[in-house]
Structure formats: structure tokens, C-alpha cells
Design a protein around this ligand. Structure first.
Ligand code: ADP
Ligand code: MG
Length: 685
């Protein structure tokens, strides 16, 4: 049970003044559900604006305050944006642009013919200047707005900076001080503020010590929880599985396994033979052949008289895995089933039956395979594909309480560096596929200046005409997903005017059916060009797509560029990746793109990414999504995680039950970062 003193932090968002049904969705999208989530919604960066007399004085990309008079409303049909054309004193026109629900408040704030002070970032929109979702629109003079240094928070459609800042302030008022869980010597050495003070400071201005302390808290919570899991796992009992090789001998794979694959399989085989449940990570770049390893591993389980399951992160991937595995495993004679949330009625019943009576040996599916209604005769091994989110394996072990714990193999293509592996998976054993199957063609990667857009589109036209397919990845904007989508929609419209129906669009806010249908048209070859935001799903496989264009490539992390590039280079043909870059590149950005050209080694790229990001970008780095952390940046993880890890280990050695004064505080920390399953293990332990 959560300690009472944390209750104020877990009060839900609806209790905040002004949060009703309209804000529910936007807040949910940002993961802001409880008071503590608001307190931890730290600024991406801070902005200081310049007051300008007119638009001639402002440059593109700059944060300004300017007096504008609305002269015309432009509503577009469908889901398009709402624009207010506004004029400065000399008569320059600027579009003030709103998406979705924000349009209503935009219209209200900007009555025609009445001057307003507008604060926001100046962008280029065709021939015009534009401000998308201004941060402030007021009737007052610019003086106050112009001097202000303000936090800039990540937003979602329907929220403004003002709104979110006010909610955070409200939430902060109910945040209680908490006892210290950080070792006093460490706190002193780094001059870190106390927990509550650190939160206050982090919202007010650039305060590296405060940000570090908050990041350290998160890393410490994570390390502690992982140690608790590891200790508890050591005490658990699984089923020793020894295969006789009969099923594997019948496989007839169409290729010779690489040395790395053979080594990984041997390591897994060794683990499975033990009574202690396996907790192993199989790390291998896109295309390194993880599926074959998974299949061999699962067959060992079946040979040993048990069932095995493969968990995929999405419906599409589950289906793809099911087809591949069925094909590969057919000669062995094992029975494979596919189970997803979409299966209903008789078909589902019969699969559930087969899992219960043991007539199904292997099941592939989404989370549906672990629902309460699903009972296995003898599930002894689980493979988790693309385990991006932390804790799946760990939670699984809890779910299996009372029964024997299944062996667990987690597979990932995310080439995370060692420090991150430790953070994400704790002290899991690791098998690495560090050798690619022979005969892979390198992807011809080029950096192209955006000024040459015309040439790129012509090349794309020739590519499509020759019967091949292509991806076009749109730029990543900062705070707002809607801006990413707006950019993608504009690009899509442009491509459509040129290539007609051969173009499809995919982004995160499309309904699943619409998205699936677009993906389907592309996968079947009916569509030739897929325009997308960065949501292109991991693992989606279209071998005929041999060209990828990535806009504003300098804004992406190397690891992310690598993952995106991995969508091409999957077939026989030669593949090309064009990295379009903006006009003014920093030296670091230049180095990063050059590295993309040089190497296709995902691990090397990930290590370099971390190194190159080392300086400067403390604030304003959007979290990559590849880490289990919300507060700690990649750079902080690199710097502080080893310290947190050692500290956690020491604490566990001295006070393994977390019962002393600091131990009790550390329990609060685990609840605060929702690693409380760690505490539960303590009790169950
Ligand atoms: P990933 O690690 O990305 O999951 P896959 O398992 O999908 O990779 O394998 C990528 C491709 O490589 C598949 O077409 C697979 O059949 C092929 N492959 C796997 N292992 C080998 C090998 N040892 N030799 C040749 N091709 C292989
Ligand atoms: Mg795979």
C-alpha cells in the first residue's frame, strides 16, 4: 500500500481547478493524470522574447512580441487549420495559425480590426510569415511580455503554454516536502537542493543542479527496483527445459546460422536448462536475424515438453511474426497459433482451448496472450519482441505469481549503449547478435541541402516510375505533435498534386483503421510513396521500398535516424537514404550527419550519439522514447546512472529490506516513480 504522505501527489487531474472534460484528452496525451505528473512536467527550455516594432524587425525562427491587427479569418475545409491574417503597422501580413480545438480560443482572442500583442515564434509559411499557436495574445503593451523569461512546456493539441503553466503552478502548491533518500555526502558534494525545492527551481529557470537532482532521483528509483527484481528472481523457481534436438533438426532453415546466432542460441539453451528462470536480453540490429534465434529457443522449450509464447508490441507485427514463424517451423510439425485482441468468438475459443489442453505448442500475439481468460497447460518460456517499455518482463514475473515463473527472452533492435542497457534491463544477461547475415548491401546514404528539394523530388519521381517504392519522413517540430502533423499534411498534399493516388499518409492521430488501410496499400505495392511523421512502425517490412527521404535530418538523434533508415535495404535492390538538411548547421549536427553516411553499425551510432550530445543540450532535448525515463535526459543518464547504480547497491547491502530511515525514504521514492512493484517483491520475497 502506498504511504499516506504521498496521497496529495496522486490526486487525479480532475481535482485541479479548470480541468474538465475538454482538457481530459490533451492532458492524457501528455501523460498528465495526477498532481505528481504535473509537478514533473518540466520545461523543455526557457524562452526570452524580444519586443519588435514590426515584422520587418523579426527574423524567421525568432521568439518575438509584436503588435498585430487581425484583418481576415481563413477557415479551411475538413481538419485543416484556422488562420487569422493579421497586419503590423507598416502593413506586413502574418498568419496566426491554430489547429483543432484551439481555433475557437484563437478566434475569440483575435477579433477583427482590434490590435493585439502577440507573442510567439515567427515561422515561414509559403511566402508569408506565420505564428503557430501563439504563446500569448493580450491587449496590453509588449513591455511586460517582451522581457519575460518563461518556461516552454511540451504541449498537446488543445493546450496552451499559459494553461499548462497555470495548472503546474496549482499542482505544485499541493506538493508536500518529503524526507531525503539521497545519501547526504552525495547531496553535499553536488550542492543539490532538497526534493521539493528542486522541483520549484526547475520550473522557474535554468537550474542544472535542480535538474540533476530530479534526474538522479529517477535513476536511483530505477536502479533500486531492478536490484529488487534481480534479488527476487534469484529466489524464484522455473521449469528446467532440456531439448533433445529432434524438432530443431527438422527445421531446414534456408540459410546457415551466423556465428553470433549460434552463440546466442547456445547461451539461451544453457539458461533454459536451469531451474532459475532465464532473464536474458537478445540485442541485435535490424535484420540481424533475431527471429530465427527466437524460433530455435522456443523449439527447445517445446522439445522439453512445454509451451512457448511470443509477445509482439503491435497487431501488425504479431501477424508478421506469425506468418514468418509458421513458414519456418512448418517442417518441425509444431502447432502455432495467433492470438490478438481482434480475435473474437469461435476462433478465439478454439485457440484458448488449444492453449489449455496443450495441443498448441507456440502462440504468437499481442498483450492478449496474457489476459486473465487465457490459461496455459504448461507455459514455460516467453519471448518479448521489441521491448521498448520498461518492466514488461518484470511485470510478467509478477503475473505468474503462484505458478512457476517462465523463462524470459527479451529481444530488441534498439542499439542502446551499455549504460542504457543497464538502466532499461537491469542486470539481465545479454546475448548480442553482432554479426550480420552475409550478403547485405549497404544503404547508400547522402546528405542533401534542402535548397535542392526540387532535384530530390525529381529523383523520387524517377524512382517511383521505375516501379520502386519510397518513404518520405517529415520534419520533427518541437513542442507540438499537431505541428508535426501539419507539416506532414502539407507535404502529403504537395506530393499528391505531383504523384496522384500513388501517395499515402500515415501519422499518429489517424484512426487505426485509416492508418492500417494506408499501410496495407503501401505494403501491397498499390501505393508507391508513404509520407509519414516519425511513427513508421518498428519492424514493418516492405522490401520493394528502397528509397527513404528524411526531412530536417539534423533534428533527429542518430539512433532514431538509424532506426528509420532500417526500413529500407531489406530487399535485393540497392537502397538509398537521403538526409535533407536545413541551411544553418552547427558543427555537431554536421558531424552527426557525416557519421550516418560513414557507418551502418547501430551500436556505434548509439554510442556516438550519446557522446556528441554530451555538451550543451541539457534542456530542450525531447526524450527519445527509447529510455524508461521521463525526467533524466540521455546525457544525465550517461553521467549519473553509474553513481545511482552503485548507491543503490550499497543501500541494498546495508538495508536490503529498506527498513532504516533512508530505506523508508527510498520506499517513498519507489512509489513516486511507480516502481512500487519493487516494494511488492520485497514483501512477497
Ligand atoms: P531482425 O533481427 O530484424 O528481427 P529477422 O529475423 O527478421 O531480423 O531477419 C532478417 C532477414 O534475414 C530475414 O529475411 C531472415 O530470413 C534473414 N536471415 C536471418 N538469419 C540469416 C542467416 N544466418 N543467413 C541469411 N539470412 C538470414
Ligand atoms: Mg524482428
Amino acid at each position: 500500500m502506498r504511504p499516506d504522505r504521498l496521497n496529495p501527489l496522486f490526486v487525479t487531474a480532475e481535482s485541479l481547478k479548470g480541468v474538465g472534460s475538454t482538457l481530459a484528452r490533451p492532458l492524457e496525451r501528455l501523460g498528465l493524470a495526477r498532481v505528481k505528473d504535473f509537478a514533473y512536467h518540466l520545461p523543455d527550455r526557457f524562452v526570452t522574447r524580444r519586443a519588435v516594432a514590426n515584422l520587418d524587425e523579426a527574423s524567421v525562427g525568432e521568439q518575438v512580441v509584436v503588435k498585430l491587427t487581425p484583418v481576415e479569418y481563413r477557415t479551411s475545409s475538413g481538419r485543416g487549420p484556422f488562420r487569422v491574417l493579421a497586419s503590423d503597422e507598416p502593413g506586413n501580413i502574418c498568419a496566426i495559425t491554430y489547429f483543432g480545438r484551439a481555433s475557437y480560443s484563437g478566434k475569440k482572442a483575435l477579433p477583427l480590426g482590434e490590435p493585439r500583442w502577440v507573442a510567439g515564434r515567427i515561422d515561414q509559411y509559403g511566402q508569408m510569415l506565420q505564428i503557430v499557436h501563439p504563446d500569448h495574445v493580450t491587449e496590453e503593451s509588449a513591455a511586460a511580455l517582451g522581457q519575460l523569461t518563461e518556461p516552454v512546456y511540451a504541449l498537446s493539441d488543445g493546450l496552451t503554454q499559459n494553461r499548462i503553466a497555470a495548472l503546474i503552478q496549482q499542482a505544485m502548491a499541493s506538493v508536500p516536502p518529503l524526507p531525503e533518500w539521497i545519501e547526504p555526502g552525495l547531496l553535499d558534494k553536488h550542492q543539490w537542493p532538497a526534493w521539493r525545492d528542486a522541483l520549484e527551481l526547475a520550473h522557474k529557470g535554468e537550474h542544472p543542479a535542480a535538474r540533476d537532482r530530479l534526474a538522479y532521483d529517477e535513476l536511483l528509483a530505477n536502479s533500486l527496483a531492478l536490484l529488487l527484481v534481480r534479488n527476487s528472481n534469484r529466489k524464484q523457481i522455473g521449469t528446467p527445459l532440456v531439448g533433445d534436438g529432434t524438432l530443431r533438426a527438422r527445421l531446414q532453415l534456408p540459410f546457415e546460422l551466423t556465428g553470433a546466432q549460434k552463440r546466442s542460441i547456445a547461451e539461451i539453451e544453457g539458461d533454459l536448462a536451469q531451474a532459475a528462470p532465464m532473464l536474458r536480453l537478445l540485442q541485435g540490429d535490424v535484420g540481424s536475424g533475431k527471429t530465427a534465434v527466437a524460433l530455435e529457443a522456443m523449439l527447445i522449450a517445446v522439445e522439453g515438453g512445454a509451451q512457448a509464447a511470443l509477445l509482439a508490441p503491435t497487431e501488425i507485427l504479431a501477424r508478421q511474426h506469425y506468418e514468418t514463424l509458421s513458414r519456418m517451423a512448418a517442417p518441425s510439425g509444431v502447432t502455432i497459433a495467433l492470438l490478438t485482441g481482434r480475435d473474437k468468438g469461435r476462433a478465439r475459443e478454439s485457440i484458448l482451448m488449444g492453449l489449455l489442453d496443450g495441443s498448441i505448442d507456440l502462440v504468437v500475439g499481442t498483450h492478449a496472450i496474457f489476459q486473465d481468460a487465457v490459461t496455459y497447460k504448461n507455459l514455460a518460456m516467453v519471448v518479448i519482441d521489441e521491448q521498448h517499455r520498461f518492466g514488461v518482463a518484470q511485470r510478467l514475473m509478477l503475473n505468474q505469481k503462484g505458478r512457476r515463473t517462465p523463462h524470459c527472452l527479451a529481444m530488441t533492435a534498439t542499439p542502446i549503449p551499455r549504460t542504457l542497457t543497464l538502466a532499461q534491463y537491469g542486470e539481465m544477461d545479454v546475448s548480442k547478435l553482432d554479426e550480420m547475415p552475409p550478403g547485405r548491401q549497404p544503404i547508400d546514404t547522402r546528405v542533401v541541402a534542402i535548397e535542392r528539394m526540387g532535384d530530390v523530388v525529381s529523383a523520387l519521381g524517377r524512382h517511383i516510375e521505375s516501379g520502386h517504392q519510397a518513404y518520405w519522413v517529415c520534419p520533427m517540430v518541437r513542442e507540438l505533435e499537431t505541428e508535426d502533423i501539419a507539416a506532414a499534411e502539407a507535404r502529403y498534399a504537395e506530393m499528391k498534386s505531383r504523384f496522384g493516388d500513388a501517395v499515402v499518409l500515415v501519422h499518429g492521430q489517424l484512426r487505426p483503421e485509416v492508418k492500417d488501410a494506408a499501410m496495407e496499400r503501401f505494403a501491397s505495392g498499390a501505393a508507391k510513396l508513404l509520407v509519414a511523421t516519425t511513427v513508421i512502425e518498428v519492424g514493418v517490412d516492405v522490401p520493394n521500398a528502397t528509397l527513404m527521404v528524411i526531412e530536417q535530418a539534423e533534428r533527429f538523434g542518430l539512433a532514431q535516424l538509424h532506426q528509420l533508415r532500417g526500413r529500407v535495404g531489406r530487399g535485393e535492390g540497392k537502397s538509398t537514404c537521403l538526409l535533407l538538411r536545413g541551411p544553418a548547421l552547427s558543427e555537431t549536427a554536421r558531424d552527426r550527419l557525416a557519421l550516418m553516411r560513414e557507418t551502418q553499425d547501430g551500436f556505434r551510432l548509439a554510442e556516438e550519439d550519446l557522446r556528441l550530445r554530451g555538451g550543451g543540450e541539457l534542456l530542450g532535448t525531447r526524450q527519445s522514447g527509447d529510455t524508461p525515463f521521463r525526467v533524466a535526459s540521455l546525457e544525465q543518464i550517461q553521467r549519473l546512472l553509474p553513481i545511482a547504480h552503485d548507491d543503490a547497491r550499497l543501500l541494498m547491502e546495508r538495508d536490503g529490506g529498506l527498513t532504516g530511515e533512508r530505506g523508508e525514504a527510498a520506499r517513498l521514492l519507489l512509489y513516486l516513480f511507480e516502481r512500487d512493484w519493487g516494494v511488492q517483491l520485497l514483501r512477497g520475497g
